[in-house]
Design a protein around this ligand. Sequence first.
Ligand code: CMP
Length: 138
Amino acid sequence: MSNRTFTMVKPDATRKGYTGAILDQIIKGGFSIKALKWIQLTKEQAGQFYDVHRERPFYPELVEFMSSGPIVAAILEKENAVADFRTLIGATNPANAAEGTIRKNFAASIGENAVHGSDSDENAAIEGDFFFSKLERF
Ligand code: CMP
């Protein structure tokens, strides 16, 4: 069990002005920010980040969407970070997300679902390394 996870506030949420409220909910949920970056991905970078989904029917839409505007990337720390963060954000499809979760509060659809959260310790490390150098995290 690692104590770190990786998140992105996705373009739908940054566009709607939800970044501050989402980061506030994350911090109030007990996570501390260990790295933070406001950045717009190119299509190539978004495609690389989501390479694991390359064969899925929604991959082109996902790449287009994730490069359509700025995102906020962050490394978060908390005991049991990966599992607890997935609880805090709620189900991938906001229609199934529990009351009070970030996706219930801020997401519009399964594609435009406001936030990303790593699904394992291994992916949390890979995803954090994708965005942040050693100098950019503490
Ligand atoms: P995320 O957890 O960031 O990782 C993969 C993303 O693919 C997921 O969030 C969703 O935003 C997206 N996704 C999953 N299923 C679908 C779908 N059926 N249609 C569009 N996007 C999807």
